[in-house]
Design a protein around this ligand. Structure first.
Ligand SMILES: [Zn+2]
Length: 325
């Protein structure tokens, strides 16, 4: 049975209605940010700052998007700063939009990011690998390099095989926010933060990464003495990080972020690094400063011992407070 085209346009419809009502009122606020709630925004409203879009902007974007939908199976939901499009049931798409996307956006903004992405980005949630592969090719003319999903800055889209779970979705949501808030961020921290939150939940009202599948591979590499110095990891450019990865870059970056998180230092590190990015483009000096450590070889030994003591699926929060050595 072919599903009826389900487009959830309640918000833009409300906006259109309000736009008509407010047309003759020149004092109407033209700079409301779209929040997902029906906000009185004239249709001609302009963004107040780069990356913030009005409900009317979203409505226009969805109108354009509808023309490109590969089939009538897709549900479209405006979930600022994204538009979510999926071919699971409308209930499931809505659930991902609210429970994963809205949650991750709210929590990431709470601790890290003040700016939304500078363009409206689409999040495509394909229901299985067949849909993911077929539609990625139809829409973007490319074959995914990963079975899970990825962020394409060029296509202004997060392209996900949602049947593999919501973890990669949260990981990929981190990237456009890093791009908007910290464009010079080196790959190790962009991927460290993204992969930290691919297995996450909420602790004390904040987003919190848990140990995950990247741990055993990293532990094996540590035992084999194959994990490079942090000075090397942090200095890697995109080519070095992505194309010359010996299999440890993501894990090392993730569990460095995890270590900082468990010591209550991750947000502090982000702010320190962000503030000093010009003087310290790799983040290495900010890392040293945040850790209170000068001897990074000693730190690496300590970190490796810590990582070897972690277990997938268990929280280890029994670390002593930072001791500065
Ligand atoms: Zn990533």
């Amino acid at each position: 049975m072919i599903k009826r085209l389900q487009i959830l346009l309640l918000v833009p419809l409300a906006v259109l209605l309000l736009a008509l009502l407010f047309r003759s009122n020149p004092s109407a606020n033209t700079s409301e940010q779209a929040t997902g709630a029906a906000v009185a925004v004239p249709f001609s409203g302009v963004p107040v700052q780069p990356g913030s879009f009005t409900n009317a902007d979203f409505a226009r974007h969805v109108d354009q998007l509808r023309k490109t939908l590969p089939s009538s199976d897709f549900t479209v939901i405006i979930q600022p700063p994204f538009v979510v499009i999926g071919d699971e049931s409308p209930v499931s798409v809505k659930e991902h939009a609210e429970k994963t996307i809205k949650w991750a956006v709210d929590k990431l903004k709470q601790d890290y990011f003040s700016q939304d992405p500078k363009q409206i980005l689409d999040i495509w949630l394909f229901r299985d690998s067949a849909s993911y592969e077929k539609n990625t090719f139809t829409l973007f003319g490319e074959k995914p390099g990963t079975p899970y999903g990825y962020y394409s800055s060029a296509h202004k889209a997060l392209i996900m095989n949602i049947s593999t779970g919501g973890g990669t979705l949260v990981h990929e949501i981190v990237h456009p926010f890093v791009e908007a808030n910290f464009p010079a961020c080196p790959p190790w921290f962009n991927e460290g933060l993204g992969s930290l939150y691919e297995q996450s939940g909420e602790v004390d009202g904040h987003i919190h990464g848990y140990t995950n599948w990247r741990l055993p591979g990293l532990q094996t590499a540590i035992r084999a003495g194959k994990v490079p110095e942090f000075k090397y990891l942090t200095a890697l450019d995109a080519h070095g990080f992505y194309n010359e990865d010996k299999g440890t870059n993501y894990g090392q970056a993730r569990y460095l972020c995890y270590y900082l998180q468990q010591r209550g230092l991750l947000v502090k590190f982000y702010r320190e690094f962000h503030a000093h990015q010009k003087q310290d483009p790799t983040g290495y000096k900010s890392l040293q400063k945040t850790l209170g450590l000068v001897d990074m070889n000693a730190f690496k030994q300590k970190w490796e011992k810590y990582v070897l003591g972690l277990q997938q699926g268990f929280e280890v929060d029994s670390l002593p407070p930072p001791d500065g050595n």
